[in-house]
Design a protein around this ligand. Structure first.
Ligand code: HAM
Length: 417
């Protein structure tokens, strides 16, 4: 027997209403903030991610699903949503539109990672990107949108972690200081950190190894190395967050696993923090468009994993919508009644009701069991008697009451319920 590939999962019918609820809540909110939906392909030229997420990151080095297609082109199942959105912005000349351009998206993301609770090889992200505006008010807006999304879903006790990692003007000086600090402590850190020191020094601060924690605790902080424009931007952002009443925690250790970030980085953590628990995350990426060969275009955005949102809603005991019951089940006895039942189903569906029946003939008892299993509100029974009378027997499934209803009156009777 085949199973879904490791780290992927089916979203079964019983879970669909909760998924739809999360997606709809997000779409409604995005509309209120003036964001328009975009859908990009699930695969891109591999270069889209190499040039932006960056070689040296776990995503590019270890986690991408990359393959040559039959024409010999290297394609990659998207491991994140931001670079594809910026690629689309450039490709469609959206810089010619009034700026900023505000976009939101939903779709599957692929990362060849070690699966565990809340971590998948295929997961789904909801995200927003605001392109073409460098002001800190833009950063505050996307953070406020994400924060409001969680609040409207009913999530409580979240914490917003905030940091600034500077820009190409000031970050090199910080990275040098960080490297110098680590070189003096090579023997105190894990082998991965020894390797990261040269390949991806910012990620040193992200290490989860016990022995590296004291080193991380004393490490130089990016905010102390910010150049004047970056410092002003970060201060302005915090002032706007205060104005918008979003509480945050300054986290000088917060770095992100993608290279394209400049200045603002943020994550939202649930109350119980574990290794893989980040609910949503994002930041500013003013160099991304140029890395893709486009004109310089500032941008800021976030993404949140739908599986993790649902996990946290369930952990916090927030009630989620369930599958709606069936409005009408039609039971029939005999071929003539079956044909009338098929027509009746079509007529009632035209009125907007959900209607189902057994395609194969079954005993009345077996049909009533189906009506129960599908949680029908009402069962209509059609037999020779009913056909002769031009009527149906209507059974209220909850009350177990039956009555005879002339077919002509059926729509009105059903609407009355
Ligand atoms: P990210 O932090 O890599 O950022 O992913 C965003 C969110 O996706 C995470 O906070 C988490 O909820 C979810 N997520 C990530 N990996 C997994 C996984 N393996 N299984 C389940 N959920 C996962 C980005 O991807 C950036 N593109 C966000 C962004 C948008 N930055 C600016 N704009």
């Amino acid at each position: 027997m085949y199973r879904a590939p490791t780290g992927t999962h089916d979203i079964l019918p019983a879970e669909q209403p909760a998924w739809a609820h999360v997606r709809k809540t997000f779409a409604r909110l995005c509309r209120r903030y003036g964001y328009q939906e975009i859908t990009t392909p699930i695969l891109e030229d591999t270069g889209v991610f190499l040039r932006t997420v960056g070689t040296g990151t776990d995503i590019v080095d270890k986690e991408m699903y990359t393959f040559l297609d039959k024409g010999g082109d290297s394609l990659t199942l998207r491991p994140e949503g931001t670079a594809p959105v910026v690629r689309a912005y450039l490709e469609h000349g959206m810089h010619n539109l009034p700026q900023p351009v505000r976009l939101h998206y939903f779709g599957p993301i692929f990362r060849y990672d070690r699966p565990q609770a809340g971590r998948y090889r295929q997961h789904f992200q909801l995200g927003c990107e605001l392109l073409g505006d460098a002001d800190a008010a833009a950063d505050a807006e996307v953070i406020h949108l994400l924060w409001t999304f969680y609040a409207e879903l009913g999530l409580r006790n979240l914490s917003l972690q905030l940091n600034s990692i500077g820009d190409p003007a000031c970050r090199p000086r910080y990275v040098e200081a960080l490297q110098a600090y680590y070189r003096a402590r090579v023997d105190q850190v894990c082998p991965t950190c020894r390797e990261r020191m040269e390949r991806n020094p910012l990620r040193l601060l992200d290490c989860k190894e016990e022995r590296c924690q004291p080193v991380i605790a004393e490490a130089p902080r990016s905010i102390e190395y910010l150049c004047a424009p970056c410092r002003e931007h970060f201060e302005a952002l915090q002032a706007y967050l205060r104005v918008l009443d979003v509480p945050w925690q300054l986290n000088p250790r917060l770095v992100r696993g993608l290279d394209y970030y400049t200045r603002t980085v943020f994550e939202v953590w649930p109350p119980v923090v574990g290794g893989q628990s980040t609910l949503g995350a994002g930041g500013r990426y003013d160099g991304l468009a140029e890395a893709l060969g486009g004109r310089p275009t500032p941008g800021v955005g976030f993404a949140t994993g739908v599986e993790r949102v649902l996990l946290n809603l369930r952990q916090q005991g927030v009630p989620l919508p369930e599958q709606p019951p069936l409005d009408v089940f039609i039971a029939y006895l005999g071929q003539a009644a079956k044909e009338r039942a098929l027509q009746l189903a079509v007529e009632l569906r035209r009125l907007g009701l959900s209607v189902s029946y057994s395609p194969s003939p079954r005993s009345l008892k077996a049909q009533m069991r189906l009506a129960d299993a599908w949680r029908a509100r009402v069962a209509l029974i059609l037999g020779d008697n009913e056909l002769a009378q031009g009527a149906v027997t209507l059974r209220d499934m909850a009350r177990s009451e039956q009555s005879t209803v002339p077919l002509a009156e059926l729509p009105a009777v059903l609407a009355g319920r």
